[in-house]
Each structure stands twice: as structure tokens, then as C-alpha cells.
Design a protein around this ligand. Structure first.
Ligand code: AMP
Ligand code: ZN
Length: 136
């Protein structure tokens, strides 16, 4: 399965260069071109899917397991103090490349990376209302 004009499919096919750090039968991991921290990498399934909504659950599982292995390697080789896993699904959630990928972002004590979001105190009853919508 390949996405036409998908840059990550081109990386899988070897038609675009990438600084690969790991690969197996189902997944490839390579350096993000614009890293947020030292070692910031992307893990993708070899099979094309647009994002979390569409990925085959088995491909998602393989991708998550590869991300776990890579996180351990970042800890052992780069000496990071923690890792953020990030996935963006659709433009409203910052997705810019439409082939499922997990960002594996090594974190270092005191590094300057901050997420733009601020936790908000919900209105009275809001948590119960939204939970009911999700449960239905
Ligand atoms: P997202 O915004 O979650 O869709 O993330 C896409 C990520 O892919 C961004 O962090 C880009 O820096 C990265 N990126 C785009 N093109 C390439 C490429 N050819 N090789 C490596 N990383 C890329
Ligand atoms: Zn693709």
C-alpha cells in the first residue's frame, strides 16, 4: 500500500534520503529534519495510511513497539532523561505529513522544550458531560 506523492512512502521506497536509525519488517525510524531536541526521530509503518483514524491496528502496534525500542536506545545511547511520544492526527492537531508517524522526542533535564497548551479548569459539570458523550 503506497500513498501517491507521500514523502514518507518515498523514504520507505528509498526514493528520498533519510537519516535512518532503525528498521524492521514493518517499520522505519529516521531523524526528523527539524528536531525539537537532540535525537528527535520519527517512527513510521512501511504501509501507507493517512493517520490514526485510518491506520491498520497491527501497523499501529508495530509502530508503537518500535517507538518503545527507540526510546530505550535514546536513553542508553544519548543519555536522555525522558521521552515524549507525540502523534498528530489531522491539521487541527498539527498534522503536516499525511503518513502515520510517531514523534519520539528525547527529553533532557532543563531542556527548553515547552508545549503550547495550558491546562484549563473546567466549568462545573463539564467533565461528567463530556465523559457521558464519550461513553455513549
Ligand atoms: P507532523 O507535523 O506531526 O505531521 O510532523 C511531520 C514532521 O516531519 C515534522 O516534524 C517535519 O520536520 C518532519 N519532516 C518532514 N519532511 C521530512 C523528511 N523528508 N525527513 C524527515 N523529517 C521530515
Ligand atoms: Zn505514505
Amino acid at each position: 500500500m503506497t500513498g501517491e506523492d507521500c514523502i514518507f512512502c518515498k523514504i520507505v521506497a528509498g526514493e528520498l534520503p533519510a537519516e535512518k536509525v532503525a528498521e524492521d519488517e514493518h517499520t522505519i525510524a529516521f531523524m526528523d529534519l527539524n528536531p525539537w531536541t537532540r535525537g528527535h526521530s520519527l517512527v513510521i509503518p512501511r504501509n501507507h495510511s493517512r493517520n490514526l483514524y485510518e491506520v491498520d491496528p497491527e501497523d499501529l502496534r508495530h509502530t508503537a513497539v518500535s517507538a518503545q525500542r527507540l526510546a530505550e536506545r535514546m536513553r542508553d545511547r544519548l543519555g536522555c532523561d525522558g521521552v515524549n511520544l507525540l502523534n498528530s492526527c489531522e491539521p487541527a492537531a498539527w498534522q503536516t505529513v499525511f503518513h502515520l508517524h510517531l514523534h519520539v522526542i528525547p527529553r533532557y533535564e532543563g531542556d527548553p522544550l515547552r508545549l503550547p497548551g495550558q491546562p484549563q479548569r473546567p466549568e462545573e459539570g463539564e467533565l461528567a458531560r463530556v465523559a457521558a458523550e464519550l461513553r455513549a
